[in-house]
Design a protein around this ligand. Structure first.
Ligand code: 5GP
Length: 225
């Protein structure tokens, strides 16, 4: 019986690693097909992630995040508006009973003053802004998975970690769809000891070329720099 269970566990592990490889390949293909390199190190992926959302693909991404962050008791998916919201809602469905909290970038009247806040410097907009969540929706009992579409310099992720810190919540991990290896956010988070998983890690050349590196290698290369 024990041997049978061990074999099943091995097959499950192998199968889920294979599924991980499939989603990685799918994402790489999508980036190569739909992605465009814009000046300033911006990768435009409006065709499936940032304008039109490919829900079938996002479902597979959600399934992969649930595999990568399994068994951590995650009950809350935290992201930042606006592009993270759609992703977070799909990912949450793979974490039993988890709900989504998105940090707001504007001080709307209905948010009130009872908030945790952190300053984030926007890579794409080139300005600083405050992100906020209500104290009513984040607390010390929460076990949080932070998700976002991109990881560049890392300010958005560090800002969200700061919100969790203020609330006393536990950050179980950070799940990113596309990490840009050359902008240092991955290095910063890994050096902080954050449990970071990026579905794809890209390098972009000045000539508009795109290439990929695998997670473990990226971590090693970036940490050695
Ligand atoms: P960071 O705070 O890591 O510098 O930047 C992450 C945030 O900026 C993400 O929430 C994402 O929306 C946006 N971002 C950064 N780089 C890119 C990019 O190359 N393409 C797109 N579409 N968004 C990006």
């Amino acid at each position: 019986m024990l041997q049978y269970e061990l074999n099943c566990a091995k097959i499950y592990k192998k199968t889920s690693v294979m599924l991980g490889g499939v989603i990685l390949k799918l994402l790489e293909e999508k980036i190569m097909k739909d992605g465009a390199v814009l000046p300033g190190g911006i990768l435009k992926v409006d065709g499936f992630l940032n304008h039109r959302i490919d829900v079938g693909f996002m479902n597979e991404a959600g399934r992969e995040f649930s595999r990568l962050f399994a068994g951590l008791g995650i009950n809350k998916i935290l992201t930042v508006e606006a592009s993270g919201i759609g992703i977070a809602c799909i990912v949450a469905q793979y974490f039993d009973g988890a709900d989504v909290l998105f940090a707001k970038k504007n001080q709307t009247k209905n948010l009130g003053e009872n908030t945790y806040s952190a300053t984030v410097s926007s890579f794409t907009h080139g300005r600083d802004y405050l992100i906020r969540v209500s104290k009513d929706y984040l607390n010390e009992n929460d076990r949080v998975l932070i998700v976002d579409d991109f990881l560049a310099v890392g300010h958005a992720a560090v800002g969200m970690i700061e919100l969790c810190k203020q609330a006393g919540a536990t950050v179980c991990g950070v799940g990113i769809c596309i990490e840009k290896a050359f902008q240092g956010g991955g290095k910063t988070l890994r050096e902080m000891g954050v449990n970071l998983h990026s579905l794809a890690i890209v390098q972009m050349g000045e000539d508009g070329s795109i290439s990929f590196i695998d997670d473990a290698d990226a971590a090693k290369v970036l940490l050695c720099k």
